[in-house]
Design a binder for this molecule. Structure first.
Ligand SMILES: Cc1cc2nc3c(=O)[nH]c(=O)nc-3n(C[C@H](O)[C@H](O)[C@H](O)COP(=O)(O)OP(=O)(O)OC[C@H]3O[C@@H](n4cnc5c(N)ncnc54)[C@H](O)[C@@H]3O)c2cc1C
Ligand code: SF4
Length: 325
């Protein structure tokens, strides 16, 4: 890896101080640094100032109450996975946190950093000299996309694990910035563009994630090239509610396949029926229609499409089996 560029680090102690620091031109927020520092070493971005968010008390803590879970954006993934308010009632979220990288990444990496992870691509997460030798690419410094040379946008994949279970649970995010605080559904944070996938205005950062109470039974699984440490080639969260044997609620969220994590549309068509082989096949087809993996990883796009569908079918089957006496 290349050396780091020069930058200064600010450590604000309050939300207001972080917002003020974020107004500096060329500044960038950082938390655990497990994604950002690797990118800076690859010459992707040269922020003059890094604003470390981890000393702000409002970004810490996990609280459970009648309104659900409140998760500070600077909560570390190891902390999230082990917390009793998460591990018991929200096992899909704990599983996704435990599926991120290796133990060292989870000790340092945070919820906010995971949700605001840069998108990834075989032609982008490379050393500066490798990218220069290949004429860079549209996402940074270049003007063509090596994955879809005739296309007009970057197809780099969003590969954070946490977003999928949080979407399946209907989570919202609280955002701080120069215009105050705002709250919105997590899904509205993302756009389907690998070079501009985060819909945050300049100077805005995540403060908290809010997860509704009484979660439906849910599960998360991911396919990855290396079982020990790896980003999802496809990550799937399924939340399923049954009454008797009939499905009365279904949310399926996907990550790793598109430039944004997203909730599967059209799941209402699967309500009212039992989770049998035909039902699972219909779910798989819905997934295959809506994911759009491109040649951004070592594994073929078609494999990622099919494995996403298989994971969704399998998770739904397991949840239904677990709910049936
Ligand atoms: C070898 C390796 C394997 C990995 N495997 C996985 C994996 O399997 N799954 C996975 O999901 N990730 C993986 N990661 C990526 C990373 O470790 C995690 O996603 C981690 O949670 C990122 O959090 P962080 O606090 O370190 O983010 P940082 O690196 O600090 O920040 C990441 C991005 O988020 C922004 N940011 C940070 N906090 C906020 C905030 N509160 N508001 C707004 N923007 C913010 C930063 O500006 C930056 O752009 C891996 C990384 C490595 C190096
Ligand atoms: S999808 Fe294309 S533009 Fe985006 S990072 Fe990969 S090669 Fe670059």
């Amino acid at each position: 890896m290349d050396g780091l560029p020069e930058f200064r680090v600010l450590t604000p102690r309050s939300v207001a101080a972080a917002v003020a620091a974020g107004a500096r031109p060329g500044s960038r927020f950082v938390a655990g640094g497990t994604d950002l520092m690797a990118n800076l070493r690859h010459g992707i971005g040269e922020p003059g100032t890094l604003i470390d968010l981890r000393d702000i008390p409002e970004l810490h803590g996990i609280a459970a109450g009648p309104l659900g879970l409140s998760l500070g954006a600077a909560v570390r993934l190891a902390e999230l996975a082990e917390h009793p308010a998460v591990a018991g009632p929200y096992p899909a979220l704990a599983a996704a946190a435990l599926a991120v990288g290796g133990p060292a990444h989870r000790e340092a990496g945070t919820i906010g950093g995971n949700l605001c992870l840069d998108t990834r691509c075989l032609f982008y997460n490379r050393s500066a000299w490798w990218r220069e030798a290949n004429g860079y690419c549209m996402k940074h410094r270049g003007d063509i996309c090596h994955v879809a040379p005739t296309g007009k946008r970057c197809h780099a994949a969003f590969s954070g694990d946490l977003a999928a279970p949080l979407l399946a649970h209907g989570a919202e995010v609280e955002i701080a910035g120069p215009h105050g605080l705002r709250r919105q559904p997590l899904g509205d944070l993302y756009a389907e563009d690998g070079a501009a996938h985060l819909l945050l205005a300049p100077g805005e950062f995540l403060l908290r994630v809010l997860v509704p109470p009484d979660p439906w039974p849910a599960a998360y699984a991911k396919a990855r090239a290396r079982g020990a440490i790896d980003f999802p080639l496809a990550g799937v969260a399924v939340a399923l509610r049954l009454e008797g044997t009939g499905v009365t609620g279904l949310r399926v969220a996907l990550t790793g396949t598109n430039s944004r994590p997203f909730l599967l549309a059209g799941t209402d068509a699967l309500l009212g029926a039992p989770v049998d082989a035909g039902w699972r096949e219909r779910l798989g087809k819905l997934v295959q229609k809506q994911v759009s993996p491109m040649r951004t990883t070592l594994l073929a796009a078609q494999y990622r499409r099919r494995v996403a569908a298989a994971l969704a079918e399998r998770l739904a089957g397991h949840l239904a089996d677990a709910a049936t006496p």
